[in-house]
Design a protein around this ligand. Structure first.
Ligand SMILES: [Mg+2]
Length: 122
């Protein structure tokens, strides 16, 4: 999985939650440019979790770039952001985001949204 957020604290929170769910193979980026580099060099990545508001390249542009690449047309993408408005959610979904989490969030919410995009049921 690739976790992209300009807040190192938020990346740590997400990583810790993923570790508790059994996902330890996590690559990190602190903006869209770094996130794209990690994706591009690791095309077998299973999930992208990205913030929206970041310097250099924001999460929405990252999602568009990822979706435009044939290798990643089906990869699950979760956006984790403070942008909780309906218009923002619709914009993100149109860009190819599969699921959306508004900060602040609980570990349980991340678990549920992740399982939803991965098709895990129980
Ligand atoms: Mg941010």
């Amino acid at each position: 999985m690739v976790v992209v957020d300009d807040s190192s604290t938020m990346r740590r929170i997400i990583k810790n939650t993923l570790a508790r769910l059994g996902y330890n193979d996590i690559l990190e980026g602190e903006n869209g440019v770094e996130g794209w580099e990690k994706m591009d060099k690791n095309a077998d990545v299973k999930v992208l979790i990205t913030d929206w508001n970041m310097p250099e390249m924001n999460g929405l542009d990252l999602v568009k770039k990822v979706r435009a690449d044939e290798r990643f047309k089906d990869i699950p993408i979760i956006m984790v952001t403070t942008e909780g408005g309906k218009a923002e959610v619709i914009t993100a979904l149109k860009a190819g985001v599969n699921n959306y989490i508004v900060k602040p969030f609980t570990p349980q919410v991340l678990k549920e949204k992740l399982e939803a995009v991965l098709g895990v049921n129980d």
